[in-house]
Design a protein around this ligand. Structure first.
Ligand code: NDP
Length: 490
């Protein structure tokens, strides 16, 4: 007999948090059908009313912050404080998306250029219709909200498939939205396992899929999207580097490095996984890092590993790293399921899985480099390219290194700070995916540009798009274009 429901468990205790339906293709397609109608209604409401409703949704989430944080804590195992922080960040994104949608997407005139002098040109960004959001479990509010809020603000309806590990949070996000928008199911959550997400990605009425998760699953989702030419945003994993330059504030760098690597048990797509420290400050930085790491403990400062299967990957990376590298903190014994204490290993070969593959655990590898340039070269030698960090006392050099870092985001003298700036786009390159959530780019990601050129008057003697065009008109065009574009710049 097929099971019609599945349970979400508290990863720290194994107790059941909630039971949810496994929604199959039929249920998903029905949700998409309802979303199509809701999308038309939501788009018709207009930007000002959508802004009002989204700001109200923000207030509803804020009023339910404690309860929602408890649910996030129960389903992911992360401390309530970290869950609160994640929700606060999501709230700032809903606020920004709501307040900026009209400005970013609204109709505007653009210059028609000299050849189009008789035209009025307008550009606006229209909703796509139904957007499917497939979310992860590590930040079950903040991460999907980076797509949901921006897609809604752009005038779309959303069908959200949360991770099977955090379905309760997903269901709650849609319930709270219905308090602000009771008329139509503009935001729906469908629960289930991978097949539920696959049904969503394969529905031709879904006009865009926003996916967050592993690179391997992103490829499967992309293959499903390809059947209908459905475009996709792929926010995949990372192997983010942390560079410590010679004149960095070492105390601040060690503090930020540890938090970036260990918070949320390292289950952060933009978490610190590789650390490159220039030779001149290597020893004092390592002393600082090791000293501070002693005070951090799993189960006290951060929670368990949320996804049980991840423990095997973390264990394999630690085993490989400690075979060839030198242990600074912890070791294979740090894995005491479902918790993993901090592990820091130095001098791990660059081809080790601990340096190449996403670990998604509270572990870091550290390597000494000649200078910041070498650190950057090693940082960039990764298939991933999501984010990264630079600690330096020299703003100019830090900015230069940041621009040369092959990643979508870089934080200087802070970790992950870009995620809290709603105006900044979030996304990666290479195996970390493509497309952007957050900011103006994130709004445009969920809209289609609509270009309109309107002829205001007929250009005397220049009717170029007509079979009645004569040689003299062409001659005038050649003279005009030569005048405008014919001078070479040497
Ligand atoms: P997945 O990539 O497998 O899952 C992400 C989402 O996709 C989930 O909602 C999942 O549903 C759904 N999904 C799974 N299979 C399909 C499919 N065929 N079609 C459509 N949707 C599908 O990530 P995991 O949660 O299994 O984590 C695996 C690894 O991914 C981690 O170890 C980590 O390295 C990385 N990861 C990266 C994240 C990031 O923020 N960039 C976030 C989470 C994970 P369901 O949960 O029901 O399977």
């Amino acid at each position: 007999m097929t099971t019609l429901t599945f349970d979400s468990l508290n990863p720290a205790t194994g107790t059941v948090v909630g039971s949810h339906p496994k929604q199959g293709p039929e249920a998903v397609h029905a949700a998409v059908g309802r979303a199509e109608e809701a999308a038309a209604w939501w788009a018709g409401l207009g930007a000002a009313e959508r802004r009002r409703r989204l700001l109200d949704y923000k207030a509803v989430i804020t009023q339910n912050l404690r309860q929602l944080a408890t649910l996030v804590h129960e389903e992911t195992g992360k401390p309530v404080g970290d869950a609160t922080l994640e929700i606060v960040l999501a709230i700032t994104h809903i606020d920004w998306a709501a307040r900026n949608a009209a400005k970013v997407l609204g109709r505007r005139r653009v210059s028609p250029g000299m050849v189009g002098l008789n035209l009025a040109a307008t550009l606006e960004y229209l909703p796509l219709g139904v957007v499917g959001v497939i979310g992860p479990w590590n930040y079950p509010v903040f991460t999907p909200m980076g797509s949901i809020a921006y897609a809604l603000a752009a005038g779309n309806a959303v069908v959200f498939k949360p991770s099977e590990l955090t379905p309760g949070v997903g269901v709650r996000l849609a319930e709270l939205f219905a308090e602000s928008v009771p008329e139509h199911p503009v935001l729906q959550t469908v629960t289930g396992l991978g097949e539920t997400g696959a049904a969503l990605a394969g529905d031709p009425r879904v006009k865009k899929i926003a996916f967050t998760g592993s690179t391997a699953t992103a490829k499967r989702v992309m293959a499903a999207c390809a059947q209908n030419l459905t475009p996709m945003v792929a926010e995949c994993g990372g192997k983010d580097a942390f560079i410590v330059d010679a004149d960095a504030d070492l105390k601040a760098a060690a503090d930020a490095c540890l938090w970036g690597a260990l918070s949320n048990a390292g289950q952060t797509c933009v978490g610190v996984e590789r650390v490159y420290v220039v030779d001149a400050v290597y020893a004092p930085f390592m002393r600082e890092l090791a000293e501070r790491a002693k005070t951090v403990k799993a189960g006290q400062d951060y929670g368990p590993i949320t996804m049980p299967g991840q423990l095997d990957i973390i264990r394999r990376h630690i085993d490989e790293a400690t075979k060839s590298g030198k242990v600074v903190t912890g070791g294979p014994e740090s894995v005491r399921a479902p918790f993993v204490d901090p592990v820091i290993v130095e001098d791990v070969p660059e081809d080790s899985p601990a340096v190449r593959e996403e670990t998604f655990g509270p572990t870091i590898t550290v390597r000494r480099t000649r200078d910041a340039r070498e650190a950057l070269e090693l940082a960039n030698a990764s298939a991933y390219g999501l984010a990264g960090t630079i600690f330096s006392g020299n703003t100019r050099r830090a900015m230069e290194l940041a621009r040369l870092m092959r990643s979508g985001m870089t934080a200087i003298n802070s970790v992950i700070s870009f995620a809290g700036v709603p105006a900044l786009p979030f996304g990666g390159v290479g195996d970390s995916g493509f497309g952007r959530i957050h900011g103006a780019d994130g709004l445009r990601e969920f809209a289609r540009p609509k270009a309109i050129s309107r002829q205001r008057f007929a250009m005397p003697g220049m009717n170029l798009t007509s079979f009645s065009r004569g040689a003299d008109e062409l001659e005038r065009l050649i003279r005009l274009v030569t005048f405008l574009h014919g001078r070479r710049k040497r």
